[in-house]
Design a protein around this ligand. Structure first.
Ligand code: NAP
Ligand code: ZN
Ligand code: ZN
Length: 350
């Protein structure tokens, strides 16, 4: 099927209209007409080469919501007209231990990314959601609960699951003090989830202008991280810190905020390495630094259902696809509260 899209012709050029071929719908495939696609900072890292080489033309986008427009003969879980979603994973080996345990994001053979992957069926690069339609095996498709507004649900497919999964894995809950570092697309979802799970939530931001906004989102306290006195006041006190920052940082001042046995999990993924922490900061306090990539398919569905149940969704600015290059510049400047979502009805059919 000929599919229209916005693609980067190279790592150095702006996104522009492009048309490519999506694979035919196989017996286990679902075809989705995309209505909304969130704009993740990873789209920018992956396109501009921050994370290394890629295939061009490159179609970003892995926060995809749309309407099922066709299903293969053996598809059982979806029918035409359903509101469905695709996140960052479109395939995995389906046989290794992580896949068997529903942790496809940790597939030992490497998951197939919604972009930056190679499609097993065709051997061609995978193309993401800044496009009119997508074809994916039904096991990697999510169901969007009716209670969720599709535009505000789109960012849940990456920003949502990437913050929900570590909060659940490290068992964040009542009686715990939890830090969220960086108040962007991921960070604002981290605040909503940590609060819904019953934790005492403290936001760390470099932007004094976001202090009131963080409190409005539900944070109990806000620290402007450039102020050493504010940082010092929280030393040795956090059970868990979720670090969403998209740029290299000195991790030591954040590690010092952890209490005994505390964990800081990195989900931000800058192309350049962080510095720190000082080894003695980790030894004294038996503190840990960990990392976490997105989440598995079953857990993504659990997160969507959790959002419907708790009235949680992303705070977004809806844009036409023609505004995408300007939107990326604003993401790079931190000038967005908190996620751009592309209204895909503004993209013409191929
Ligand atoms: P975003 O909306 O741009 O938010 C990043 C936030 O980091 C900014 O709002 C800013 O918060 C803070 N920040 C930016 N530059 C900084 C600097 N130089 N020093 C300190 N803080 C800085 O990005 P996002 O979409 O949330 O993504 C965040 C990161 O997570 C990206 O690197 C992305 O690739 C990565 N990511 C990882 C996964 C995963 O699976 N682990 C999934 C999705 C995204 P303040 O203004 O509050 O300081
Ligand atoms: Zn993402
Ligand atoms: Zn696997």
């Amino acid at each position: 099927m000929q599919t229209s899209a916005f693609a980067a012709p190279s790592s150095a050029e702006p996104l522009a209209p492009w048309t490519f071929e999506r694979r035919a719908v196989g017996p286990h495939d679902v075809q989705i007409k995309i209505t909304h696609c969130g704009v993740c900072h990873s789209d920018i890292h992956a396109t501009t080469g921050d994370w290394g080489a890629n295939n061009y033309p490159f179609v970003p986008g892995h926060e995809i919501v749309g309407v099922v427009s066709r299903v293969g003969a053996h598809v059982t879980r979806y029918k035409v007209g359903d509101v469905a979603a695709i996140g960052c994973i479109v395939d995995s080996c389906r046989a290794c231990e992580p896949c068997a345990e529903g942790e496809e994001q940790l597939c030992e053979k490497g998951m197939t990314g919604t972009y930056s992957g190679i499609e097993k069926e065709t051997g061609r690069p995978t193309y993401g959601g800044y496009s009119k339609a997508i074809v994916v095996n039904e096991n990697y498709v999510l169901s969007v609960p009716k209670a969720l507004d599709p535009s505000r649900a789109a960012p849940l497919l990456c920003a949502g699951i990437t913050t929900y999964s570590p909060l659940r894995h490290w068992k964040v809950g009542p009686g715990q003090k939890v830090g969220v570092v960086g108040l962007g697309g991921l960070g604002h979802m981290g605040v909503k989830f940590a609060k819904a799970l019953g934790a005492h939530v403290v936001v760390f931001t470099t932007s004094p202008g976001k202090v009131q906004a963080a409190l409005d989102l539900g944070a109990h306290e806000v620290v402007v991280s450039s102020d050493p006195a504010q940082m010092k006041a929280h030393k040795n006190s956090f059970h868990f810190i979720l670090n969403t920052v998209s740029a290299p940082l000195d991790l030591d001042p954040y590690a010092q905020l952890l209490r005994r046995n505390g964990v800081m999990t990195l989900v931000g993924a800058p192309g350049e390495p962080h510095t720190g922490p000082n080894v003695f900061t980790l030894l004294m306090g038996r503190r840990s630094i960990a990392g976490s990539p997105i989440g598995g398919i079953a857990e993504t569905q659990e997160m969507l259902d959790f959002c419907a149940e708790h009235g949680i969704a992303a705070d977004i600015e809806l844009i036409p696809i023609q505004a995408i290059n300007e939107a990326w510049r604003r993401v790079e400047k931190g000038d967005i509260r908190y996620r751009f979502v592309i209204d895909m009805s503004t993209l013409a059919e191929a």
